[in-house]
Unconditional design. Structure first.
Length: 243
């Protein structure tokens, strides 16, 4: 990542660096204009430490000293089974001077998955009902405009998901493509809780002028970009050069 950031900055690319904070990140990253650092924190300390060791609460707090970061928070079904869990989590992290924002997503399962993390229909309804109150109580909590509706009615599949359609996802070797989106595998789009997908799904339907929506512009741009006379033949994924 230290080698990649200068290139991305020269290209004018905005970057979100997501880390476990198991090691401290360089303090100069906080001075880069187009870079935000986000730490994945999976619940309150007992659950997070059991799941993410050695990236424990103790190590995260130590490694954030003298730095600022956001938090990436994925809400799972277990969190919704205990009253006040969401408030306890937000109260702890929004009070930390190192933390600027809390980015909320909802757990997205794979098709056919049976797990404790997967939200039930009832727990999803309960969460969506709570989101406006949580946002009002904890201003540092961030989720996209229209996210409540988008989480309740996500895109039907990758071909309808603006994020999946406009993004390119590659593995750590920077060559192996990940499809249909960064989740990989066979995600259950009917229960998608990706914050970026929700935000873009909302944005797609926003009106511009004279019956024109943002989605119309995106759809035309994608069609033009993929025209065989305009778009060059590509390699193994959308990021890779032709073979």
């Amino acid at each position: 990542m230290p080698a990649a950031l200068p290139w991305l900055l020269r290209w004018g690319v905005y970057s979100l660096v997501v880390t476990s904070a198991v090691i401290p990140f360089p303090p100069p990253w906080n001075t880069l204009r187009r870079v935000r650092v986000t730490v994945s924190i999976d619940g309150l300390q007992p659950e997070h430490d059991a799941r993410r060791a050695p990236a424990t609460y103790e190590k995260i707090l130590k490694n954030l000293h003298g730095r600022t970061a956001d938090v990436s928070w994925v809400v799972t079904n277990q969190m919704l089974e205990r009253p006040d869990y969401l408030d306890e989590y937000l109260a702890f992290w929004t009070a930390r001077p190192e933390i600027e924002r809390i980015w909320l997503s909802v757990y997205t399962p794979q098709k056919g998955e049976v797990s404790d993390e997967r939200l039930t229909a009832a727990s999803r309804r309960r969460l969506l009902k709570e989101l406006p109150r949580l946002k009002a109580s904890y201003p540092a909590l961030v989720f996209p405009d229209g996210a409540v509706d988008a989480f309740a009615d996500p895109p039907a599949g990758p071909d309808r998901c603006t994020f999946a359609r406009i993004s390119s996802n590659v593995s750590a070797d920077l060559r192996t493509g990940i499809e249909p989106c960064f989740f990989g595998g066979n995600p259950d789009c009917s229960e998608c809780g990706c914050a970026v997908s929700a935000g873009l799904h909302w944005l797609h339907g926003q009106p511009l002028v004279a019956g024109l929506t943002v989605g119309h512009v995106i759809d035309v741009a994608l069609a033009v970009g993929r025209h065989p006379r305009i778009s060059p033949r590509r390699g193994c994924c959308r990021w890779c050069p032709p073979p």
